[in-house]
Design a protein around this ligand. Structure first.
Ligand SMILES: [Zn+2]
Length: 142
């Protein structure tokens, strides 16, 4: 009876990968419809597999279907990760505040090949602060 667990993990995994897309909604709806079809196939005395064994299964099938559908809907509503300019391409670790030259991701070890990784690249143009005012009284002493 490990099939329900595998089915749930598979459906929720696909929902995570396809969240916020119509194909993700299609996956969750199709998974729920398959379970409803199985429920109808086994349904009560009218179904071909009716009887005591089927009714025991049906007791668990509706809550399981609700779990797959509600959990899938929740996962589909989760926001997708927004990658910024200085994030690891592999694990999305935030590199903000780290020196990009020769940087290796502290989380997964992927070398950074984005902006500023090569120390031979020309320095980015920075806005230079205005020169500091000479201290008061220094002009008189000259
Ligand atoms: Zn990383």
């Amino acid at each position: 009876m490990i099939f329900p667990v595998i089915y749930l993990v598979l459906v929720w995994f696909l929902a995570v990968r396809l969240r916020r897309t119509w194909s993700g909604v299609g996956v969750v709806v199709a998974a729920v419809l398959v379970l409803v079809a199985v429920n109808q196939l086994l349904g009560g005395e009218a179904g071909p597999f009716g009887g005591k064994r089927a009714s025991l299964l049906l007791v668990l099938l509706w809550p399981y279907t609700m779990l797959i559908g509600a959990g899938g809907a929740f996962i589909l509503a989760l926001p997708r990760t927004v990658r910024g300019e200085y994030h690891c391409p592999n694990c999305h670790y935030d590199f903000a505040g780290l020196d990009p030259a020769g940087l290796i991701c502290p989380e997964c070890g992927t070398p950074w090949r984005g902006k500023g990784w090569n120390p031979l690249d020309p320095e980015p143009e920075l806005i230079k602060p205005p020169p500091a005012k000479p201290p008061r009284g220094s002009a008189r002493s000259l």
